[in-house]
Design a protein. Structure first.
Length: 116
């Protein structure tokens, strides 16, 4: 496992909760919600077939952890990082969308930390 980018220098405990904890929830379950982020990272790991995959994981101020390997979500999050420094991304909204093929996907949008 290799962290590609994170909002800060992660402690061992934060790294565990983001990447290995058994209570990590699927990002799709977080759709239509806005979260205050305590810690987040994009990291590389290997799937069951031994292939390297990129994942995004976030820990909220309510001690919930959500993760995804969705390329659409990760691309949207990287677009946020094209504008903001990693330590400036403190709040996001998770959303579902529908593709041209009528398939549901998960994505995200930046939310100002001052927004209610």
């Amino acid at each position: 496992m290799q962290v590609v980018v994170a909002n800060k220098e992660l402690s061992k405990e934060e790294l565990y909760f983001l990447t290995k904890a058994q209570d990590v929830q699927k990002m799709a379950e977080a759709a239509d919600q806005t979260f205050n982020l305590v810690a987040w990272c994009i990291y590389l790991d290997h799937n069951a077939d031994g292939e390297e995959v990129e994942l995004f994981s976030m820990r909220t101020d309510e001690n919930e952890t959500f993760a995804t390997n969705s390329p659409t979500f990760i691309r949207a999050f990287r677009e946020i990082l094209d504008i903001f420094q990693p330590d400036e991304v403190k709040k996001i909204k998770v959303m579902n969308g529908v593709s041209k093929n009528n398939r549901t996907f998960v994505t995200c949008a930046y939310v100002s930390p001052d927004a209610e």
